[in-house]
Design a protein around this ligand. Sequence first.
Ligand code: S3P
Length: 446
Amino acid sequence: MMTRDAAGIRFEVAPGGALRGRLRVPGDKSISHRAVMLAALADGSTEVSGFLEGADSLATLVAFRAMGVQAEGPHSGRLLIHGVGLNGLRAAPGPMDLGNSGTSMRLLAGLLAGQTFPSTLTGDASLSRRPMRRVTEPLATMGADIRTTAAGTAPLHIMPVPRLDAIEYALPVASAQVKSSLLLAGLYADGITDITEPAPTRDHTERMLRAFGWPVQTSGNRIRLVGGQRLRAAPIAIPADISSAAFFLVGASIAPGSDLILEQVGINPTRAGILTLLQAMGADISIENPRQFGAEPVADLHVRSAPLRGIRIPEAQVPLAIDEFPALFIAAACADGETLLTGATELRVKESDRIAVMAAGLDAIGVVAEPRADGLRIGGRGAAALLGGGQIHSHGDHRIAMAFAMAALRAAAPIQIEDCSNVGTSFPGFADLAVAAGLGITEACA
Ligand code: S3P
């Protein structure tokens, strides 16, 4: 089996084909992180099902184990976490390495700011370049003492402080990671933590806190909670990750003859922007058997190929589809007419600069892509045209790698994608599942 430590994995993807059948992508990454965090701080034991056994969510689990939390599993997505209570964590024996996972680092910064012991958080080269002041600055106004590099990046050294005070804070950027970091710090703060977001972002933290018996008030874009209560263990069923399903939604839309059902996908409205945007482009996606999975809505998504047209992406949709733009850009490349994305500067500080890296990759396969400071303009090749083949550099970004793998379904020649080891951070087994659905993908050691 190949691991993240292997020199590197290259995807070699044969052109053409169609995606067919029924499949279930792995569990939601965002919800998996939060499940470990809240279950660890709860009174009692929490049964988790559908946990994502990817490197990112496993990094969160390893960190909590290092802080004295006992957990059985994961086995086939099942995990039993024995909570230690809100004040039951203890100092890890050394730095906690969070790999590629921005969610682990930013949420843990908030959760650990109010502990009685010091912690150090480290990450890989990509995570060590990502901005952390967006969490450390508001946490400092609560009284936290978190040290970063001079550039405001990891490692983070989190020192104990006598107390945290709740703050009222208006987020300057729409970020669920920042919101969640402050809410988790707010669990330990004196008073009411009161956060306003510029636009709605994923609300998994709020939903899961309520499921664990901690009241959270939401009115419009304002979220409030009172510190110093208890979390009570409650079972958590994690939906399949819509961000992983997105690659298959795009692949099946662009590959003629496709007919695919993706089971049990989370369709939380704060995550479902990809459905709205693909449908606006003319995609044939039906939402079947909608139902509730604990605190989160899920459905089976039935997608059939359809001619797509370019759109102007409404800026209000950007936070609701923030991780899906690499996939969406491939749909845009295959559409009739131009697609224009604006208001998406955040894409420049993801696992890679997704505007620059996607523009370069699209160019390599013959698609006109004009980067802008806050977005991208893509000249669609047309619903009947083929893309070129070529070599793509993913820059170690899992979502770039998977997006270009799907592009091969509509390419005239093979596509090789370099540096794909990090696909395992969010989607272990991607290549096998894609092969089962009809994609001609092989993994090679680079
Ligand atoms: C996430 C929030 C988003 C998203 C990331 C996961 C989360 O990041 O891109 O993959 O789980 O809260 P931002 O908050 O930086 O937008």
